[in-house]
Design a protein around this ligand. Structure first.
Ligand code: NDP
Length: 469
């Protein structure tokens, strides 16, 4: 049985950078610090390996992804433990074990999804076929909130389509990704999947590299813009999953006790550190107090603590920078007259980055807690009277990843959903994703779709072969 210590021994570098547990401040391990020179050698290796990888049959690549899924599954417990220690998310709930299981599920689903060549035209004279070819080397740059799952979202379709991949994890959570890649590489041919570590400069070098044909990037909108600039000279293909500030609109016909749990977890999954989490809630005046009361109830019932404790369902904020951001947004909302219903009072002397679940009512729509992405455990709840106003407020920002509508009449909710500017609108749910349902943002939340057949198309290049009969 592989243990966490075995895993750490395989991936840590004794002279590397210390990685700290956000729950305790203790050292988890030491991550190698890569350089821009390492990017160049990683890309060169991946480029060489890609030729043989692309020459394999599609079935062969799919089979290797299935075997990779089995390998990750058999190392699930130490991987989950590492994720808890490095990222902070608890083992239980929709957290570390869930993330590892999701990584397995996405590897399997990607193996099971095909993108066959299509005949797009045939009039008896001309036969035109659309084939999906590999791009070559794909660069995968990821964030620290769902490090393993997002890595799989980026690498699995790219590998399936015959690309090789160079992966650069966030500096905050490199060990989780290095461990995952180590396990997957136990079944893949050498250099088809090459990890590199390092800071933004390393990511930037990957985005600029002339031999990288595509970047799959998940992170902030600011860094996404840098990736666009860096990749322009080589006219790279890009999939950008950037920041969001998802709105939820609660209609007056809602049953507050029926939706409170879903709204709560839509907002507080992974302590709010989720791209498509519910980040601002617009509630009709008729049900405003009832919805607040129900959310307070769920918040008080939900245990937060060290993620290694089986009872914990909420963990710390992953890093101090993000903790300070959440704290300052809540403090300024309170100073502006908003009503803190629960939370908002972190113990600054205690170890770890624990910020309590915080609900903030009677907050103005132009308050920074509403208009900026908090990316942490604090939810602003804005009151509205007219639906048109709620829709206008929801659409007012320059991001559009997800949104949700909550109400008893699903047809009425659908009509509201159609007016919202977001890549996905959920009804009576928020943030749920599925390997066969395309996912992506609009506006400054990015472009390109992941998952399912659309996800495979985005890591390939279309080629038309047009032949005379
Ligand atoms: P960042 O944008 O800071 O970092 C993302 C990744 O980009 C990291 O690996 C980072 O490396 C790397 N990077 C930094 N600078 C550059 C550069 N110039 N060129 C290339 N790569 C670079 O995001 P965070 O990790 O802080 O994640 C939080 C943000 O990401 C939130 O705003 C959130 O909304 C968004 N996000 C969006 C998701 C989505 O699907 N839309 C999902 C998850 C998060 P390093 O860490 O080493 O600096």
């Amino acid at each position: 049985m592989l243990t966490l210590d075995d895993l750490l021994r395989q991936i840590t570098d004794p002279s590397g950078r210390e990685i700290f547990d956000p729950a305790t401040g203790a050292t988890v391990g030491r991550a190698p610090m890569g350089s821009t020179a390492d990017v160049d050698s990683a890309v060169a290796r991946a480029r060489l390996a890609q030729v043989a990888w692309a020459a394999r049959t599609d079935e062969d690549r799919a089979d290797l992804l299935v075997r990779a899924a089995a390998a990750v599954e058999s190392a699930a417990e130490p991987l989950a433990e590492l994720l808890t220690r490095e990222q902070g998310k608890p083992l239980n709930g929709a957290n570390a074990r869930f993330e590892v299981a999701g990584s397995v599920a996405w590897l399997r689903a990607t193996a099971g999804t095909a993108l066959p060549d299509e005949t797009v035209f045939d009039d008896g004279v001309i036969h035109a076929q659309l084939n999906y070819r590999p791009i070559g080397v794909v660069g995968a740059i990821g964030p620290w909130n769902w490090p393993m799952m997002i890595t799989v979202w980026q690498i699995a379709p790219a590998l399936r389509m015959g690309n090789s991949v160079v992966v650069k994890p966030s500096e905050y959570t490199p060990l989780s990704v290095l461990a995952l890649v180590k396990i997957i590489n136990g079944v893949l041919p050498e250099d088809v999947l090459v990890p590199i570590t390092g800071n933004g400069e390393v990511g930037s070098r990957l985005a600029r590299h002339a031999d990288v044909g595509k970047i799959m990037f998940t992170g902030s909108t600011a860094t996404g813009r840098n990736v666009i600039h860096d990749s322009a000279d080589s006219v790279k293909r890009l999939t950008l999953e950037l920041g969001g500030n998802d709105a939820g609109i609660v209609l007056p016909d809602v049953d507050p006790s029926a939706v409170a749990n879903e709204i709560f977890w839509g907002a507080f999954i992974n302590a709010g550190q989720t791209c498509a989490a519910l980040k601002r809630l617009y509630v009709h005046d008729d049900v405003y107090e009832a919805v607040c009361t129900e959310l307070i109830r769920v918040a008080k019932e939900t245990p937060m603590g060290n993620g290694l404790e089986e009872a914990s369902l909420l963990g710390p904020v992953q890093n101090r920078r993000q903790f300070d951001k959440v704290r300052s947004l809540v403090d300024s909302a309170r100073a502006a007259g908003a009503r803190v219903l629960v939370g908002g009072n972190p113990d600054l002397e205690a170890p770890g980055n624990f910020y309590p679940v915080t609900l903030v009512a009677d907050v103005d729509n132009d308050n920074p807690l509403v208009s900026e992405e908090q990316f942490g455990p604090a939810l602003p709840i804005v009151r509205y009277r007219h639906l048109d106003d709620a829709i206008e407020m929801a659409n007012a920002l320059d991001v559009g990843l997800g949104a949700s509508v909550w109400g008893s009449d699903v047809d009425a909710a659908r009509r509201v959903a159609a007016r919202l500017e977001a890549g996905t609108v959920w009804i009576n749910a928020h943030g749920s994703v599925h390997p066969m349902i395309p996912f992506g943002g609009i506006k400054q939340s990015g472009y390109g779709l992941e998952f399912g057949v659309e996800g495979l198309k985005s890591v390939s290049v279309p080629q038309v072969i047009s032949a005379r009969h």
